[in-house]
Every structure is written in C-alpha cells, then in structure tokens.
Design a protein around this ligand. Structure first.
Ligand SMILES: [Zn+2]
Length: 343
C-alpha cells in the first residue's frame, strides 16, 4: 500500500503538469490485457489464470524481466491490438497528469514476431490520435534499437523506418545493457541523426558510467535514460549539466530490478545539486508496479519536497522534444502549480 506524504496529496501529484519521457509502450501491457489479447489472437500462454500470470512478475534482475516481457509481447498481433494498448496507456497517463509523452516502441521484436512494421506504426499512431482528441495528451514515438540483437538488425529496422521517418520523433537504445556498449551502434545512430531524428539512449542502468560517456560522445544523445551510474564520473555529470542533457530516472523500476535496493540510494539530489536536468518517469509500469504518479509519490514518501517534485516536472518539460509554444504553455501551468503547492 502506498503511503501519502503529509504535505502533498495524491491529487496534487496528479495535477502536477509533467511530460513522460521514459515509457516503453510494450511495458504498459497489463496482465489482464495480455490475457485478453492472447484469447483474441488464439495464442496459448503457459498460464492458466490471471493470478498465475501475476505471479510471474517476481523479477530478480533485468534479464528475468525481459524474458516475460518478450513472451507477452507475442500476444500483440494486429493494428487494433497496438491501438488498444496505446489508448489504455494514455488513459492512465491522463489520470496521472501527463500532458505530453514521448513513447518508446521496440519494432525489431515485433518484426521478428512476424509483424509488419507499418501495421505496428499505424496502430500506435491511431491510439495516439485518440489520446490527443479524447485526453488532450500530445505524444510522439521514439524507435528503440534493441541492443542485444545484432547491429545489422538495427540497420534493417532503420531501412523499414526510413520512408516514414517524419512520423517518428527519435531513436533510442534499450534492453539488456551489460556487454552491449553504446559504441557498437555508432553508425546506426549516425544514420538516424541524418534522418532528422532526435537521439536518446539507455545507459548506466546496469552498465558503468563509461557507457554514459559513450552515449554522450559517440552517439551524441540529447537525453540519457536511467543514467544511475553517471554519478561515478564527475566529468560526465559536469557535461550533462553544461549541455542540459536530460536524465530520465525511473525509481520504481530501479528498485524492482535491483539497480538499487532502496530508492533513497538513487543519486537524484546529487544530480539536482550538480545542475543536471534529471526528471522522473515510469519505464515499464505494468511490470514494475507503478505509473508516473506512483514514481513521484514514492519520492514524496521518502521526503522529496513539492519544490523538488516540481523541479523534476520542469526538467521533463524542458528536455522534451515538444514544440516551443507548447513547452511555454506547460511551463506556465507548472508555475501555477508551484504557486498553489510550493511554500
Ligand atoms: Zn527503459
């Protein structure tokens, strides 16, 4: 059960205008929807009931999570499935005060599952349009390269993505980190930059600070996803602060995958003090027991102040790739929230 911090209500946390910048759409697949999709698509899952499926969520590390994650991704088959998945997420995000979302998807896995890239993209975009019209959330897509698949495979997915690159916002790098340093994807990311895509990468989640340094200086990322281990290298921290490189922290994910055994051990305050635009996000919320407001709540519960939470939200808006007019609108709303809740 989530305790409420004495000075900031759940309602106030949900009203805080924020951008979601670290969210894998496949990681929003709730067990209930996975079972419904399996039935709709006549796929046999080795779980007899919802309860039995829920029991599989006792992860011990990144790999044990990824094993279930990829299995359940196999229940997504049609454009309608992807649309439904996106709408379910955006509805939840709306309740949590998300005003803008930059959403990761893993097309390599879907293509390997025999699906058509354009069908997947169409389904996701249809869900995003529904979210704009019905929840007022703006959103865009970041194509994530799955780093533990071969580099040639990453090039093949860019070949498929290139004709509709203008419908994407950026490129990212995700999945099992250790042993797959960013430098492997130098050429893939150079191609993506030439296609006009924004550039982000997961680095320093399980991997060392040198992976963060490579993401910055070889891939030329504009944001680091996770970046927990950046704190081990003062030069990397300085560079992120100087160049306003966003760092998308996901506290509940980090605890669940045992990146840290307690979220109070995340270097969030040290990064704030160093001037790094660190922000708070949800990663794979269906699997890690918490959407974005739950992550803010977890920080409030361990003593993060309203002013600090507003700072995270401000960074999420400042380091998003939203257009400038919308950015200023959201920053103004944030000032109104501060006037109401920050002493
Ligand atoms: Zn992630």
């Amino acid at each position: 059960m989530i305790e409420q911090h004495a000075t900031l209500s759940r309602q106030a946390i949900c009203q805080l205008p924020k951008a979601e910048l670290h969210l894998h759409i496949e990681g929003t697949l709730e067990p209930q929807l996975a079972l419904a999709l399996a039935e709709r698509n006549h796929i046999a899952l080795p779980y007899a009931s919802l309860e039995e499926l829920r029991k599989q969520y006792a992860f011990t590390n990144l790999q044990s999570f990824l094993d279930l994650y990829y299995q359940l991704m196999g229940t997504l088959k049609t454009s309608e499935d992807f649309r439904d998945l996106m709408i379910a997420y955006l509805e939840h995000a709306h309740d949590d005060g998300v005003r803008h979302a930059e959403i990761f998807f893993d097309p390599q896995v879907h293509v390997h599952n025999g699906l058509d890239y354009n069908m997947v993209l169409d389904g996701l975009l249809a869900g995003m349009q529904y979210g704009r019209e019905n929840f007022g959330i703006t959103s865009s897509l970041i194509l994530c390269i799955v780093r533990d698949m071969p580099v040639e495979d990453a090039h093949r997915i860019l070949d498929l993505a290139a004709p509709r690159a203008d419908e994407l916002c950026g490129i990212g790098l995700d999945s099992a980190e250790v042993g797959y340093p960013p430098e492997l994807f130098d050429e893939v990311f150079a191609r993506a930059r030439a296609m006009g895509l924004h550039v982000v990468a997961h680095a320093g989640e399980e991997g060392p600070s040198s992976y963060v340094e490579q993401a910055l200086n070889i891939l030329h990322v504009e944001r680091i996803d996770h970046g927990v281990r950046a704190i081990d290298d003062a030069q990397v921290v300085q560079q992120c602060a100087r160049d306003r490189i966003g760092m998308t922290s996901c506290p509940l994910s980090n605890r669940r995958l045992q990146v840290v055994d307690d979220i109070s051990k995340l270097p969030l305050r040290a990064l704030l003090e160093a001037g790094v635009p660190v922000s708070v996000h949800s990663d794979d919320p269906a699997y890690f027991g918490g959407y974005i407001a739950d992550n803010y709540q977890a920080l409030a519960n361990i003593g993060f102040s309203a002013a600090e939470l507003a700072q995270f939200a401000q960074h999420s808006i400042e380091t998003s790739f939203i257009d400038e007019h919308e950015r200023q609108t959201l920053l103004k709303e944030l000032e109104q929230w501060r006037a109401q809740y920050v002493a």
